[in-house]
Design a protein around this ligand. Structure first.
Ligand code: LLP
Length: 419
């Protein structure tokens, strides 16, 4: 459920009519509904009610906006970070220490040191090599880094190939068959406190079965390690739960996911960590855009909008579907291709789609744009970096300013020897 609804003929975010935001901030602009964020955070937490001990670390990469992090912090969420920049954001939002998990295959020496100094709660080690380096960095500081070993369970998440992370050939984690031996070697290092295992098999997963299969394998590995004398107290099950991108699409939601986890982990006696991203933020945001013009096409007209692949890259990158809706729908429909202004054929949001009829100057939204939207934006074609707005009831604020081409240009230099 979200809070983007038609009231008196106009699409609103909570109690704010979207034209008011377009008028004041311009388009394109991402608009987030605080009520949806809060609701999703609570629904996900309640769905885990069957677990004795758990901790939720919101996956910052899905939407790293500081205001979004602040909302989730108030909901008692920790965060999962994957870079120095995300760590900086988490700390700026006041999330610290035990509430931070650090994932990622390429944590640099600098990042490992910074995270240690920030009192990071758990490093999810992606290789033995990383563990050895972290042990040295921690030992040099007279510290022990709290760690989990990320394991690649070789399970196909059944999602888009570019966001599948748990197959043997993917770069993530250590091979399942080698995990116990690696865990034992890392546990012997002075600088590390190995406390558990981590797994994350992919994103936008629309069936519970791949996750169940992966979690069952992780449970077996946990028992092997405990049998060998290692006190495995924490199990990080990652994120990945998919969300409906199409009106009326029904997928397993947090409740079904929580019940599945409760069943699989029944006798684990461990603290279970979760790293949800999309399920919290996806349907909490829309990308608000204005139709520049409509031009004829061979099979269908082209609706050219002022948002482009640089603002929302998911359709170009993953062939992703985002519902398109007029801000002032009048009941008429049209079949159209929806495209942006960027000079690439890939800058196409939809082909031959049945949509609300729109014409030049109309406002419209791409829905389900709160996750992996603004954060993946670029300035390609020297376009502005898209701004973000958060709505809360009948008030709203710009939570990330538009960075215009002149500002970006001002950071560039022509060296003397070219002048
Ligand atoms: N934990 C780890 C270690 C991850 O790599 C990810 C996402 C998550 C948690 C959160 O997954 P979620 O709950 O959001 O599915 N840009 C792509 C998605 C990339 C996901 C990367 N990792 C997209 O737009 O679909």
């Amino acid at each position: 459920m979200d809070h983007f609804e038609i009231k008196h003929g106009v699409l609103h975010a909570e109690d704010v009519p979207l034209p008011a935001i377009a008028e004041a901030v311009g388009t394109p602009v991402y608009v987030y509904a605080r009520a949806t964020l809060t609701r999703h955070a609570r629904v996900f937490r309640e769905a885990l009610g069957g677990l004795p001990r758990f901790h939720i670390a919101f996956s910052v990469k899905s939407n790293p906006n500081l205001a979004v992090l602040s909302v989730l912090k108030r909901e008692g969420y920790g965060v999962d970070v994957t870079s120095e920049g995300e760590l900086l954001r988490a700390l700026a939002a006041g999330i610290a220490g035990d509430d931070l998990v650090f994932s990622g295959v390429g944590k640099t020496t600098r990042e490992l040191g910074l995270a240690l100094d920030a009192g990071l709660g758990q490093f999810n080690l992606e290789s033995e090599e990383e563990g050895i380096e972290l042990a040295q960095i921690a030992a040099a500081r007279g510290r022990r880094a709290v760690c989990a070993l990320r394991v690649n369970p070789d399970v196909d998440a059944g999602t888009h190939a570019k966001i599948s992370t748990g197959k043997a050939e993917n770069k993530f984690g250590v091979a399942y068959d080698r995990a116990a031996a690696i865990y034992a070697r890392l546990a012997a290092l002075d600088g590390l406190e190995m406390r558990g295992l981590a797994v994350h098999i992919g994103s936008q997963i629309t069936s519970l079965e791949p996750s169940r299969a992966a979690f069952v394998k992780m449970g077996a590995l946990m028992r092997t390690l405990r049998g060998a004398g290692f006190p495995v107290t924490h199990m990080d099950l990652g994120g990945g739960l998919g969300v409906p991108y199409r009106l009326g699409e029904v997928l397993p939601g947090p409740a079904e996911y929580g019940a599945m986890v409760a069943e699989v982990t029944r006798d684990w006696d461990a603290t279970i960590l979760f790293e949800p991203g999309r399920v919290i933020t996806g349907n909490a945001g829309v990308l608000l855009t204005r139709v520049v013009r409509v031009k004829p096409g061979v099979t269908a007209p082209f609706v050219v909008v002022d948002a482009a692949m640089n603002d929302l890259i998911r359709p170009a990158m993953y062939g992703a579907w985002h519902d398109f809706a007029a801000v002032r729908p009048d009941g008429r429909r049209m079949t159209a291709n929806i495209v942006g202004p960027v000079c690439e054929t890939g800058d196409t949001f939809a082909m031959g789609r049945d949509i609300d009829a729109v014409q030049a100057g109309d406002l419209a939204v791409f829905r389900t744009a709160g996750a992996y939207g603004a954060t993946m934006a670029s300035t390609y074609n020297s376009r502005a970096l898209v701004p973000e707005v958060m709505v809360d009831g009948d008030r709203w604020a710009v939570v990330a300013e538009r960075i215009d081409p002149a500002t970006i240009l001002a950071a560039e230099r022509v060296p003397d020897w070219l002048a």
